[in-house]
Design a protein around this ligand. Structure first.
Ligand SMILES: CC(C)(COP(=O)(O)OP(=O)(O)OC[C@H]1O[C@@H](n2cnc3c(N)ncnc32)[C@H](O)[C@@H]1OP(=O)(O)O)[C@@H](O)C(=O)NCCC(=O)NCCS
Length: 443
């Protein structure tokens, strides 16, 4: 006899699912906004994701199918991307569009879809999953709030500068902002390459992805953004990415902003805010509702926020992150760890340093004080095992690795984060400094 769980199979998506998944997701996402009507922006996004999106193939969808009807009744999609952590490439899977048809809720289909996704990532070595979504819900699936790329103040529309006020000598000051075209994509990719080699956590786009952001999406796609470039004559010196329409609250969202040369930022911030004012007014006229503010989805330390007009402080919303392979993650970071210890003139005095993550452990191997390898071992009883130098729960390790929290902060918050002695504490604190987040995830 079929049990309730037999009723569903989880399978990979197919290109032929496009219409059905678009209908399913449009009928479950953002229903408070549409008043229960299908969300056309969601439908267009799903269609784009299954129609040549540069970060997704149909297989990246996971679908729960009702075996009685053959219909897709729940699904999610992962967008595969590479982030850069201070120059080290990290494969990241961003999960989006998690939804279950109302008639099929209560069967833990999300749990089953995530179990399948995590098995897939364990097999293909994807060390990090991220998702933004329902408060607390994803903690139940092993996720932790270990990343935030927002929290910058919101600038009221009335506080935005006009171009003329901030640049009294007009175009002779040099920097202006104009909408990007596909002719700019190589310059945009070049800026991202440079940023990826800096100190921040970034999500670099190559020319193909920039082309897609500028000209690849359906107009109605909820994830479509407007890309503008900062120029000095014909020279592309930076970019600004903002929403393609006003939010229900009349806000214009800023998702990313970058300058090739950091010395440009003071003038760039004025030029970008003047551009946002201009765009906001244009959107206001088209939408027939007031343009109220610029909402920076940027970290508070971002130069655009720091050097722009003062605004209303915001609390960061936070992203969930998860790793199923803490030792694998540390192994990927070897060059960065080596460079950080080297810069601080630190050498480890034993052949190994063992970090136990309560289940798995990572053994860091040293030759003449320099890190030479990271291997995975079975975790022991970290609180008592003599060979263990530190015991760090996987969620706390992710906070450290992503530079979200420093070791003193983690030690303060997590009683089950244990460090053997002051030397180990100093060594690990140097390995994991706070990192600026400049990541505009692909969606
Ligand atoms: C969120 C959603 C995908 C969960 O569907 P599901 O996998 O079928 O989940 P179930 O109904 O089996 O519920 C599993 C558990 O999660 C809880 N849960 C379900 N939806 C929840 C929500 N929106 N917020 C908080 N908890 C929720 C349930 O109460 C249940 O808890 P229990 O174990 O204590 O009984 C579904 O409600 C949905 O499609 N919602 C609309 C779209 C949405 O919000 N997607 C998430 C975007 S981040």
């Amino acid at each position: 006899m079929a049990t309730e769980t037999d009723r569903y199979v989880v399978r990979a998506g197919r290109a032929s699912d496009a219409t059905e998944l678009a209908r399913l997701q449009a009928s479950v996402q953002l229903q408070a906004v549409t008043g229960g009507q299908p969300h056309l922006g969601i439908a267009a996004w799903v269609e784009d994701l299954l129609d040549g999106h540069p970060s997704v193939v149909p297989d990246d969808f996971l679908v729960a199918e009702d075996t009685a009807t053959g219909r897709a009744v729940a699904s999610l999609v992962e967008l595969r991307q590479h982030w850069s952590l201070a120059g080290v490439r990290l494969p990241v899977a961003q999960i989006e569009l998690v939804g279950t048809a109302p008639d099929h809720r209560g069967n833990r289909l999300t749990e089953r879809l995530f179990a399948s996704l995590h098995r897939r990532h364990a097999a293909n070595g994807t060390p990090i999953q991220i998702i933004e979504g329902i408060p607390y819900f994803y903690r139940r699936l092993g996720y932790d709030y270990a990343l935030a790329n927002d929290g910058a103040p919101t600038v009221p529309a009335t506080a935005l500068p006009t171009t003329e006020q901030d640049r009294p000598d007009g175009s002779s000051t040099g920097l202006t902002v104009r909408p990007a075209t596909v002719a700019d994509v190589d310059h945009l990719a070049d800026i991202d390459r440079r940023l990826a080699n800096g100190k921040a956590l970034t999500c670099p786009r190559d020319a193909v992805v920039w082309r897609y952001e500028i000209a690849g999406r359906r107009d109605a796609d909820l994830a479509r953004r407007a890309v503008a470039v900062l120029v000095h004559g014909a020279d592309v010196r930076g970019y600004l990415v903002h929403s393609a329409r006003l939010s229900a609250a009349g806000e214009l969202m800023v998702f990313a902003a970058a300058c090739k040369e950091s010395a440009d930022w003071l003038r760039a911030a004025a030029a970008m805010h003047a551009h946002l004012r201009h765009v906001g007014r244009r959107y206001e006229a088209a939408a027939g509702r007031p343009f109220t503010a610029v909402r920076h989805l940027l970290d508070p330390d971002h130069p655009l926020a720091r050097l722009g007009p003062p605004g209303i402080p915001q609390r960061p919303r936070g992203w969930y992150a998860r790793t199923g392979d803490p030792a694998g993650l540390l192994a990927r970071l070897q060059p960065l760890l080596r460079a950080r210890w080297h810069a601080a003139d630190l050498r480890w005095h034993e052949p190994t340093l063992t970090i136990d993550t309560y289940g798995h452990a990572a053994r860091l191997e040293f030759t003449d004080g320099e890190l030479t390898a990271v291997t995975a071992t079975r975790g022991g009883s970290p609180a008592t095992a003599p060979q263990t130098h530190a015991a760090i729960p996987p969620g706390a390790l992710l906070q450290l690795v992503l530079g979200h929290r420093t070791l003193p902060e983690v030690l303060d918050i997590w009683p089950d984060c244990l460090v053997r002695d002051r030397l180990t504490e100093h060594f690990l604190a140097t390995a994991f400094p706070q990192v600026p987040v400049r990541a505009w995830p692909r969606n």
